[in-house]
Design a protein. Sequence first.
Length: 143
Amino acid sequence: MRFMVIVKATKESEAGKMPSTELLTAMGKYNEELVKAGIMLAGDGLHPSSKGARVRFTGAKRTVIDGPFAETKELIAGFWIWQVRSLDEAIEWVKRCPNPMESESEIEIRQIFEAEDFGEAFTPELREQEERLIAETEKLRKG
């Protein structure tokens, strides 16, 4: 099972406050544990929403909304993608994580859909397309 592990933004992260050397060191050690355990597929921090944008869809209309965005509790400051056996295993790993912020913070864990989750709607043609796109993406990533 793959999970996205989402580090929620705080007022400090949205203000662009960078983490301390101590926090970067602790997170680096934690990331090493994740890699050695073979569960970390990806992970990164995100710039504040002031450097981002949203695109709102209303039928065929697209509206661009420039950051920053007001509701900090709804924003993401960083993420990991993990491959683990269960939600319980992901929870156990998150509980071992250093606090990712210097103030109180929250991490959300969400399972990523797999092809089989879509049932019959995911036709053999769509499955073939998905496999081709994954192969092309891997090729691009390896350069």
